[in-house]
Design a protein around this ligand. Structure first.
Ligand code: NDP
Length: 249
């Protein structure tokens, strides 16, 4: 029997990309996986696809920018499976743009999803984990949470914030059995760039930083990193993982 039988992981941003691949990875290990995102059709499709696997996947439509919905997501997981072992705060948006183009609504959205969404996730599960003196909270930061590039002033800012929130929380929880991890991917082939509306940014990314010729990672490559971090023995706390394509500078 796998270590994961009977354990529960909540994954936000599970309707596509890295979240979807991570859900698949954990269900195959026997875990109970709670899929969360806004696109209910995609969540239902994934739940159906995973129904024959060793573990169990269930979904709850959730907007991470709502503190209430995040609380309800945690309650749902506890009602379904009795406990929350892992929260993977993975939902994110990346509408890159130049500051001069003042895409204020997109700045707002990135702050709301990439920072406040993470905080609401923490608020929803941390009291439960403290009560059990056990648990693991992971957040998807990025290589962009380690270095800033033109068009990424706000996005990178949110990913730095997400990473630092994990690090600070980890320090506060050092005396407990609760672990924290930042996962920092490089370029991964997903739908993430669909949210870019700034044409200057699009041409900069294609011509200026050579993304056009890079071989991106697959979401499964990142899911493997998440699994590695979570699957360590209880005394091992993997705080940070950076995974980038070999040919990404
Ligand atoms: P996707 O666009 O495939 O996934 C983003 C996910 O976030 C979707 O499932 C989307 O679901 C969800 N999401 C967005 N807004 C909300 C919201 N308000 N509430 C709930 N869910 C939301 O891209 P990725 O898989 O690439 O992105 C996953 C994470 O990885 C993000 O945090 C991203 O910043 C990070 N990342 C990605 C990299 C890459 O190159 N792809 C590199 C580094 C980091 P829905 O729309 O259904 O709500």
């Amino acid at each position: 029997m796998s270590n994961w039988n009977g354990k529960t992981i909540i994954i936000t941003g599970a309707s596509s990309g890295i979240g979807e691949a991570t859900a698949e990875r954990f269900v195959k290990e026997g875990a109970n996986v709670v899929l969360a995102a806004r696109r209910e059709d995609r969540l239902k499709e994934l739940q159906d696809k995973l129904s024959g696997e060793t573990g169990k996947a269930v979904y709850k439509k959730t907007d991470v920018t709502s503190e209430k919905e995040m609380k309800e997501l945690a309650e749902f997981a506890i009602n379904e499976f009795g406990q929350i072992d892992v929260l993977f705060n993975n939902a994110g948006l990346m509408p890159l743009s130049f500051m001069k183009n003042t895409k204020v609504d997109e700045w707002d959205k990135m702050v709301d999803v990439n920072i406040k969404g993470v905080l609401y996730g923490v608020a929803a599960v941390l009291p439960h984990m403290i009560e059990r003196n056990e648990g693991h909270i992971l957040t998807t930061s990025s290589v962009a949470g380690h270095e800033v590039m033109p068009t990424g002033a706000v996005y990178c800012g949110t990913k730095f914030a997400a990473r630092i929130i994990m690090e600070g929380m980890g320090k506060e929880l050092a005396e407990s059995n609760i672990r924290t991890t930042s996962i920092s991917p490089g370029v991964v082939q997903t739908e993430l760039t669909d949210t870019i509306t700034d044409e200057d940014a699009m041409s900069f990314l294609k011509d200026g930083v050579g993304l056009g010729s890079m071989t991106p990672l697959a979401s499964e490559d990142i899911a493997e990193g998440v699994f590695y971090a979570v699957n360590q023995p209880a005394h091992v706390d993997v705080n940070e993982i950076i995974i980038r394509p070999t040919n990404q500078g």
